[in-house]
Design a binder for this molecule. Structure first.
Ligand code: HEC
Length: 207
């Protein structure tokens, strides 16, 4: 009997798991219902995380338009996001590609079990190919192989890469790439090191 109840519960769970996303994608779903479900799921998250559950204006607009904002909304998003990019005070965008490589290959940080004293990673490899030799990488983002080489190591592209990593949505509204500088996940030096990874001719990206 117990097994029967368990399998019935499992079946119900499976049905719920498969039908819920379908509901969420229907145009008629009330955003307040989604909001309540999401905040409910994170109800026991540490206090410092609670603010992450609250969407900012850009996130709200992207949710509302299902990541396909109309032109005027897209323009407003990139204008707003561009404003919060803090460019390096020393005007230098290139750091150390070797540190950049470590940051790009690390997904450490941001979990409540992570040691806050250890350096966090950018998790770039989870979405991008970064070198021809890499065996395993994610493909949600485009391959970044030969990124600097293709762009002839031009200064304006170096600066654009800094802005991209700092706040992907300043360049591509509702991008699936996290706003790594804006969210303070990565600091200025780490972003410079990542720009060097993309633009140093000696970096594995350009080999
Ligand atoms: C969750 C997935 C994800 C992660 C993690 C991620 N990206 Fe991206 N990235 C994307 C997607 C998707 C795009 C394409 C859309 C866009 O341009 O925003 C992109 C675009 C880019 C571009 C522009 C590519 C072009 O064609 O000019 C650069 C540069 C880039 N990412 C660098 C990085 C770096 C460096 C990191 C690590 C700090 C990183 N990304 C982490 C998903 C990701």
């Amino acid at each position: 009997m117990r097994t029967l109840i368990h399998s019935a519960a499992a079946a119900l769970f499976a049905v719920a798991a498969f039908t819920l996303p379908a509901v969420a994608q229907s145009a008629k779903v009330d955003p307040a219902v989604v909001e309540k479900a999401v905040t409910g799921m994170f109800g026991h998250a540490p206090a410092a995380w609670q603010e992450k559950i609250v969407q900012d204006e850009t996130q709200k607009a992207c949710s509302l338009h299902r990541n396909a904002p109309p032109a005027d909304v897209a323009k407003a998003i990139s204008a707003r996001e561009e404003k919060n990019v803090v460019l390096p005070a020393d005007g230098k965008f290139l750091g150390d590609w070797k540190s950049g490589e470590k940051i790009a290959q690390s997904g450490y940080g941001g979990r409540h079990t992570d040691d806050p004293k250890r350096e966090v990673g950018g998790n770039c490899y989870a979405c991008h190919q970064l070198s021809k030799k890499e065996l395993s990488f994610g493909t949600m983002g485009p391959s970044l192989v030969e990124y600097g080489k293709i762009r002839k190591y031009k200064d304006e592209d170096v600066k654009a890469a800094f802005i991209k990593i700092y706040n992907a949505q300043a360049v591509f509204p509702c991008s699936n790439m996290p706003r790594l500088g804006h969210s303070k996940h990565l600091n200025e030096q780490q972003i410079k090191d990542l720009v060097a990874l993309l633009f140093d001719p000696e970096s594995p990206v350009n080999k």
